[in-house]
Design a protein around this ligand. Structure first.
Ligand code: SAH
Length: 340
C-alpha cells in the first residue's frame, strides 16, 4: 500500500492521471486530507463511491495512533506516535500567544552523535517518509481541534540527512491547498551538513534555516558534535553566507550554553568575530540535562551576561524560552521509543 500523504499536489495529480482519473480529483482529495483532516476515504463525499473504493484499495491515509500523551505545566504537549511499523516517534506541541507551534521528527533515531542530545546513543532505524512527517502535524491538529501555525524540524533526527523527504514534506505543508503554512513559519534545523545547505539554497523555498553551532573553535565543536570533523566551522559558515546571499533570509544560529564548557566571555568574543556582518540572529538555549549527560546548564545570570555581551557588540541574540522540560520535551530531550 502506498501512503497517499507521501505525495505533494503535483505528484498526486500525476498519480491520478496514471489511474485514468482527472487531475482535479487529486485536488479534491488533497483538500480532504489537509484542510478537512479526514481519517477515512469514506468521508470524501464529493468523490464517486467507485473512486473511493479504488483509493482504499491502493492507498493508506497513514493515521497515527497516540501511544502516549504528556502535558507539561506550561501547556506543552508531548506525543508518542505509533508510526505503524512497530516503531514510535515523538512530536511536541507548544502554544504561544501568536498560535501553535509544532516540533516534528524527521528520522527514527539520529546518526549525528551530538554529545549533549538525548537522541544520541540509541540506534538509528530509518528516515521518515514525507507522509510520516506531515501526519505528525495532522494527528496533533485532530487531537486538539486546532490549526498549527508554525513548524520546526527540531525533533528527532537530522532533517538534512533525510533531504528529499523533508523538502517534499515542506512543499505539502506550504501548499495553499495543503496545510497552508507560510514558508517563513517553517524552520529547518541542522547540525551542519554543508553540501545539503548549498542544495537547500537552490530550492527556492523561503523557510528559515537554523544552524546548531554551539561552539566557536573547531576543537570544542568537534568534541561536542562529531559532524564538525567532516565539515568544520569555516566551511559551515561559508555555506551559510551562500545561503543568505541566495535566499536573502536571515539565519538563526543555535547555541546551547553549558557551564564551564562554552559559556565564557571569550566564547562570546569569538562568536562575535565569526558572525560579524552576517544577516543572522543567535538563539541561546540553556542546555537541557539528559540522562547520563556530562553537560550542566549555565546559570541564568551567565546566560543573560552572554546575551547582553552579544547584543552590545552588534549580534542580535535572544534566550529561548524553556518549554516542556518537566516532561522531557525540551530541546534535545526527545528520544526514539520502541514499541516492542
Ligand atoms: N538535528 C538537528 C535538529 C534536531 S535538534 C540539529 O542538530 O539541528 C534541535 C536543536 O536542539 C538543535 O539546535 C540541537 O543542537 C539542540 N539540542 C540538542 N540537545 C540539546 C540539549 N540537551 N539542550 C539544549 N539544546 C539541545
Amino acid at each position: 500500500m502506498k501512503n497517499i500523504k507521501d505525495y505533494n499536489l503535483d505528484a498526486l495529480k500525476q498519480e491520478f492521471i496514471d489511474m485514468g482519473e482527472k487531475p482535479f480529483r487529486a485536488e479534491q482529495v488533497f483538500k480532504w486530507i489537509y484542510e478537512a483532516n479526514v481519517t477515512s476515504f469514506d468521508e470524501m463525499t464529493n468523490l464517486s463511491l467507485e473512486l473511493r473504493e479504488k483509493l482504499k484499495q491502493n492507498y493508506t491515509l497513514c493515521i497515527y495512533n497516540i501511544i502516549k500523551k504528556q502535558e507539561s505545566s506550561d501547556g506543552t504537549k508531548k506525543y508518542l506516535f505509533d508510526v505503524l511499523d512497530g516503531n514510535a516517534i515523538e512530536t511536541v506541541l507548544m502554544s504561544y500567544h501568536h498560535g501553535y507551534s509544532i516540533c516534528v521528527s524527521s528520522q527514527i533515531g539520529c546518526k549525528m552523535g551530538c554529545k549533549f542530545c538525548a537522541s544520541t546513543g540509541i540506534k538509528f532505524i530509518r528516515s521518515l517518509t514525507s507522509g510520516e512527517i506531515v501526519e505528525q502535524i495532522l494527528a496533533v491538529e485532530r487531537d486538539n481541534g486546532i490549526k498549527i501555525s508554525n513548524v520546526v524540524f527540531m525533533g528527532i533526527g537530522e532533517p538534512l540527512d533525510n533531504y528529499d523527504n523533508v523538502v517534499n514534506a515542506i512543499r505539502i505543508i506550504n501548499n495553499q491547498k495543503g496545510i497552508n503554512i507560510g514558508a517563513r513559519h517553517i524552520s529547518i534545523s541542522t547540525s551542519g551538513l554543508v553540501p545539503k545547505i548549498y542544495q537547500l539554497a537552490e530550492e527556492n523555498i523561503q523557510c528559515t534555516l537554523s544552524i546548531s553551532l554551539h561552539a566557536t573553535t573547531d576543537e570544542k565543536r568537534s568534541s561536542m558534535m562529531p559532524v564538525n570533523n567532516k565539515y568544520n566551522i569555516e566551511e559551515l559558515l561559508q555555506a551559510c553566507k551562500d545561503y543568505i546571499n541566495k535566499t536573502n533570509r536571515r539565519i538563526s544560529f543555535e547555541y546551547a550554553l553549558a557551564k564551564d564548557n562554552n559559556d565564557n566571555i571569550e566564547d562570546a568574543k569569538r562568536l562575535i568575530k565569526l558572525l560579524k556582518g552576517m544577516l543572522c540572529h543567535v538563539n541561546l538555549i540553556p542546555i537541557n540535562k539528559i540522562e547520563n549527560g556530562q553537560f550542566i546548564k549555565s546559570s541564568n545570570e551567565n546566560i543573560m551576561k552572554f546575551r547582553d555581551y552579544l547584543n552590545e557588540h552588534g549580534i542580535v541574540a535572544t534566550i529561548r524560552r524553556e518549554l516542556g522540560s518537566d516532561i522531557d520535551a525540551a530541546c534535545g530531550q526527545l528520544r526514539r521509543k520502541n514499541l516492542k
